[in-house]
Design a protein around this ligand. Structure first.
Ligand code: NAP
Length: 338
């Protein structure tokens, strides 16, 4: 596993982090045993960065990650200290800017400190707040105060659009940007990632496998459980459409996957190529794939090793296929929107 230390965070993060939405909710039922198996497998494979949120399973995901931290502290321990990023702001009406009061912000952070059983949260990210919030100085003053009080070590934003990321980059104390970035979502590479790199702001690439589409395991006849967002949010019915399959139309996504697999010609599995390609982008700190099993978590973590010369050659061919496929099948629908 490789580790990177963006200057505004000042802490090392494994280049493959573990996305922890799955172990909360919205991906069908996940038992506590299999959630813990995912977390333990990631940790054993060198993952030290875990991304959760106060709303994933209404705190369940945070609590399980908090217990993992305690298990890790009691063992021989990973090669770098665990880094847990959480998110706040969607417990209130997420579309109402008036929810972002000092009292609410402090209350959300307090609850996460309890769930994660820690005095100081490593990183709190605003969780895709309403667009007006990005320009609301009072919200960021409260976050700065929480840093001063050592309730949080740093704050960042998890954004839907590149525009929101660019507005956030104007803030001096911004430590990280979480954004959808994968072979189906290239726009952050235009301006957001270069500016973040220049300022030492971490780039956390979420939805790196386009909700599983970029594993190549889906077909036109694949079905998803009723309580899986890949069933209920395809048209953005419950939350931003971009969070499900990266906003790509399912059938077009399958065509794009077929092209990428053809370019790889069986020499590297598509999920591995996708993850390696993301973390190879200059300025990206980490990718945070979610996983529904320990095996997936292990395989994803393996993509965080230093690439060999052969793997680098494969990634160059893959990069050309990614850009061509994006231009021909995806750019028109994706680029103007996110
Ligand atoms: N607004 C936000 O801030 C926000 C929004 C979305 C996500 N996130 C964060 O980003 C993380 C990652 O995004 P995501 O989980 O939505 O999407 P993702 O990582 O693109 O896709 C995860 C899904 O891909 C499949 N998968 C993963 N590894 C696999 C492997 N090696 N082989 C086969 N299939 C594999 C699994 O599907 P199956 O379940 O079908 O097995 C898994 O549930 C989340 O967990 C969360 O921490 C944040």
């Amino acid at each position: 596993m490789q580790y990177r230390t963006p200057s505004r965070l000042g802490r090392p993060l494994s280049v493959i982090g573990q996305g922890c939405w799955q172990i909360g909710a919205d991906w069908g039922d996940v038992s506590e045993d299999s959630a813990n198996a995912v977390l333990d497998a990631a940790l054993e494979a060198g993952v030290t960065f875990f991304d959760t949120a106060d709303v994933y399973g209404d705190g369940r995901s945070e609590r399980l990650v908090g217990q993992l931290r305690q298990r890790a502290a009691g063992s021989a321990g990973p090669s770098a200290p665990l880094f847990v990023a959480t998110k706040a702001s969607r417990r209130a009406d997420p579309f109402a800017p008036e929810s972002f009061t000092e009292e609410n912000l402090r209350g959300w952070v307090e609850r996460s400190r309890q769930n994660l059983a820690t005095d100081t949260l490593d990183l709190v990210q605003l969780h895709c707040p309403p667009p007006a919030i990005y320009r609301d100085d009072q919200v960021f003053d409260v976050l700065d105060a929480l840093v001063e009080e050592k309730k949080i070590a740093a704050w960042g934003v998890s954004v839907e659009t590149c525009e929101e990321a660019l507005i956030s980059l104007e803030r001096e104390h911004l430590a990280s940007i979480q954004i959808i970035l994968n072979p189906f979502r290239l726009k952050p590479l235009d301006e957001v990632v270069p500016q973040a790199r220049e300022k030492g702001v971490a780039i956390i690439a979420r939805v790196p496998l386009a909700s599983g589409l970029l594993t190549g395991k889906f077909s036109p006849s694949t079905t998803f459980a009723d309580n899986d967002h890949r069933h209920f949010n395809r048209g953005g019915e419950a939350f931003d459409q971009g969070e499900t399959f990266s906003g790509v139309d399912y059938e077009i996504g399958l065509q794009a996957v077929a092209r990428l697999e053809q370019a790889l010609d069986g020499v590297m599995p598509l999920p591995e190529a996708s993850l390696r390609w993301i973390i190879a982008q200059d300025g990206v700190t980490a990718a945070i794939p979610g996983a529904s099993s320990a095996t997936q978590a292990q395989r994803n973590a393996a993509a965080g090793s230093e690439p060999t010369a052969e793997q680098q050659a494969v990634l160059e061919t893959f990069d050309a296929a990614v850009r061509e496929t994006y231009d021909e099948l995806l750019r028109e629908a994706i680029h103007p929107r996110w």
